[in-house]
Design a protein around this ligand. Structure first.
Ligand SMILES: Cc1cc2nc3c(=O)[nH]c(=O)nc-3n(C[C@H](O)[C@H](O)[C@H](O)COP(=O)(O)O)c2cc1C
Length: 308
């Protein structure tokens, strides 16, 4: 049996597999034993009530899906009084994903949810930022640094920054988050995309554009995990198109210490537990005693001379 525990910025997880924010809720307990997961990650919450985006909010595309949910939220009081108590019945650490339109908003929300029962905060800085013309904080190193600086002062809990794959400077953003005190990085959120319904000539999504997730994004996000892992020392949690243990192993070899599974759970509700069991088998078959040994174990290419 492989030792499956991993250490993520001050937290020890029983195994490296957890849900991706927004693709998981407590209802999954009807079909999966949530105590088997490395951590539980909530849907992103905001301070205020939010209605979310117009319908349709999801659309299927080749090798993945688009979503433009728009972070509907019942607000912090509801989260603290109704949602949080529900999670007390499960053992894995609870990670609360938060979002706000400003750096100050992020900081005050982080302080409000830094309560017993919350093990870590995942800052969804991949959401639109009203101070920067609607762009996500994580698009640029400066705006990512500004929000992480305020967040770091607002909470003593382990702080994870969730990055966007839509930036052309992900290594710089990763470095900025680490420099401002992020304990781990989640790489990454969805890739901005769209599709058109040819029956109606209308965009498939009510919001026109949305985020692409699922197998289609895996090679892109894997590359970004590799780039981030070379840029920072804090642990990286890989997220994008992971459906099997082999996908998770690739992410760990590229430098991830843990992984999040999102879209795959919609296809196969027990995808996460399958990934855990498969990772155990993957390591055992290769004589790897501790799953953490996979992290960054990618071998450099041997340069082959072309023979003419
Ligand atoms: C329906 C849906 C809702 C999502 N909601 C959130 C969210 O609230 N907060 C967040 O940070 N990411 C959210 N995401 C992004 C996922 O957490 C994840 O980063 C992305 O889907 C890539 O992983 P995957 O390919 O395994 O799905 C959502 C994704 C989907 C498909």
């Amino acid at each position: 049996m492989t030792v499956m525990s991993v250490s993520i910025g001050g937290l020890t997880l029983a195994n490296p597999v957890m849900p991706a924010s927004g693709t998981f809720a407590e209802g999954l307990a009807d079909v999966v034993d949530l105590n088997r997961l490395g951590a539980l990650v909530t849907k992103t919450i905001t301070r205020e009530l939010r209605a979310g985006n117009p319908l349709p909010r999801v659309a299927e595309v080749a090798a993945g899906m688009l979503n433009a949910i728009g972070i509907p939220s019942k607000g912090v009081p509801y989260f603290l009084s109704r949602t949080l108590p529900l999670y007390r019945r499960w053992a894995p650490p609870l990670v609360v994903s938060i979002s706000a339109p400003t750096a100050e908003g992020f900081a005050s929300l982080a302080a409000e949810v830094s309560v017993p029962g919350v093990a870590a905060i995942e800052a969804n800085i991949s959401c639109p930022n009203i101070e920067e013309d609607g762009r996500a904080f994580a698009m640029r190193a400066e705006s990512a640094a500004a929000v992480m600086r305020q967040l770091r002062r607002a909470t003593d809990l382990p702080l994870w920054a969730k990055l966007t794959p839509n930036t052309g400077e992900i290594a710089e953003v990763a470095r900025a988050c680490e420099a401002e005190g992020a304990d781990a990085l989640v790489v990454a959120n969805t890739i901005l995309a769209m599709s058109i319904d040819l029956r109606t000539f209308r965009p498939s999504l009510g919001n026109v554009m949305g985020g692409l997730s699922g197998p289609a994004v895996k090679p892109i996000v894997l590359r970004q995990v590799y780039q981030c892992a070379r840029a920072v020392r804090v642990p990286i949690i890989g997220c994008g198109g992971i459906a099997t243990a082999e996908d998770a192993a690739e992410y760990m070899l590229a430098g991830a210490s843990a992984v999040q599974v999102g879209t795959a759970t919609f296809v196969q509700p027990n995808a996460m537990t399958e990934v855990i069991e498969g990772l155990d088998r993957f390591c055992a078959a290769r004589g790897i005693s501790h799953v953490a040994q996979l992290t960054g174990a990618l071998k450099e290419n041997v340069v082959l001379e072309a023979v003419s």
